[in-house]
Ligand binder design. Structure first.
Ligand SMILES: [Fe+2]
Ligand SMILES: [Fe+2]
Length: 369
């Protein structure tokens, strides 16, 4: 055990964003909650594992190869684990682990190999303490949400209030993640994303209305706030975002449309006088099914109304801007261009800011004699 202690002392615990900035052959130690874990087999039938952990600031994914060491450390109890038979390893998702690893390069991209796994004391390092949260305070998001409801006419506003507050959607909607990875994959991510999409959509709609276009603001707001509502069924927090079975085999577009139409019917039965007009409900439903903008990304129909076109571009914009922010935050030193980002098929560029240039001293030669 003395060996293990000495080894641990050497390791400096890093955050996942710090690890992402390391160069090839660097070694590191991270502590976080496992958000994805799957055993696989290589061509010689030896086991290896895909693992993703998050630590409150981000996440990192990599591989644990068959020759790695697995340790259980809880108080004074320290022993080597057999990863194939140990019960803790079988249910590692949602648990806190320490990972010792090395940066390797594969096809000019950094990848992470973990050579030691430490199953730590879950009481001392509770998993929920490592779950990433939206940087926007919850109260600020709720206020923004309520302000957006005020943009709607009375009928639509009443329907949305019923759905979110009387039907208790809010409790889930305001903490739910928008994804397991890629974008807004943290507590409060779905609300943060939905608010950004709605604000953009309202702005674009106002712009076109000012130009004489007929755009129904109720449909835009309802469609934007609800566009990803199916994600309430496709993800769960345990405590990190995870995909549910329904998420894997049905997906949020179909689940969202189904849930929305069921609630429209329910609302109609309860509030007959105020029920949502069938065509207007369908116009919102159309946004739910078309918002991905093309069939390759899971929408069975393409946006066919001004409202659906607007929400679809606002959604895509927020996703891409989020990726730009995440990826460029990893840039170090003089670097201005990110690694290739497969999910958006591009590298991002963060130009050294105009502010920096303004602050640099004016060259003398610029002053005319
Ligand atoms: Fe979506
Ligand atoms: Fe979305």
């Amino acid at each position: 055990m003395t060996e293990l202690k000495a080894d641990q002392k050497e390791k400096r615990r890093m955050t996942t964003p710090e690890v992402r900035k390391l160069s090839k052959d660097s070694t590191f130690y991270v502590l976080g909650v496992v958000s994805r874990f799957a055993q696989r087999r290589d061509k010689n039938d030896n086991p290896f594992w895909d693992i993703t952990i998050m630590d409150g600031e981000g996440q990192i994914e990599g591989k644990i190869w068959g020759n790695s060491e697995w340790w259980h450390i809880a108080g004074d109890v320290k022993y080597k684990m057999d990863p194939v038979s140990d019960d803790n390893v079988k249910k590692l998702e949602g648990q806190t682990v320490g990972l010792q690893g090395k940066v390797v390069e594969f096809r000019e991209q950094n990848q992470y190999n973990f050579n030691a796994v430490y199953y730590v004391d879950q009481g001392k390092y509770p998993p929920h303490g490592f779950v990433r949260r939206s940087p926007v305070p919850a109260e600020k998001m709720e206020n923004a949400f309520r302000e957006l409801l005020e943009v709607c006419g009375e009928n639509m506003r009443e329907f949305l209030k019923y759905l979110f507050f009387e039907r208790d959607f809010w409790q889930t909607y305001n903490v739910w993640p928008a994804a397991v990875s890629l974008h807004h994959a943290y507590v409060g991510g779905l609300l943060e994303h939905s608010l950004a999409v709605t604000r953009s959509a309202v702005g674009i709609a106002q712009n076109y209305r000012a130009g004489g276009f007929e755009v129904d603001m109720d449909i835009v707001v309802a469609g934007a706030l609800l566009h990803d509502i199916g994600k309430l069924e496709t993800y769960r927090l345990s405590p990190a975002p995870e995909m549910t079975l329904a998420g894997n085999v049905v997906d949020h577009i179909v689940l969202g449309y189904h849930r929305f139409m069921t609630l429209v019917e329910e609302y109609g039965r309860k509030r007959d006088a105020k029920k949502l007009d069938e065509r207007r409900a369908l116009a919102v439903g159309h946004i739910l099914v078309s918002h991905h903008g093309c069939r390759e990304f899971g929408s069975p129909v393409l946006p066919a109304t001004p409202e659906a076109l607007i929400v679809s571009v606002a959604d895509e914009l927020d996703f891409k801007l989020f990726c730009w922010k995440e990826q460029t935050s990893l840039l170090e030193g003089e670097k201005e261009v990110t690694e290739f980002v497969p999910s958006v098929q591009r590298r991002f560029w963060k130009s050294r800011s105009a502010k920096e240039e303004r602050e640099s001293p004016t060259p003398q030669s610029a002053t005319l004699p």
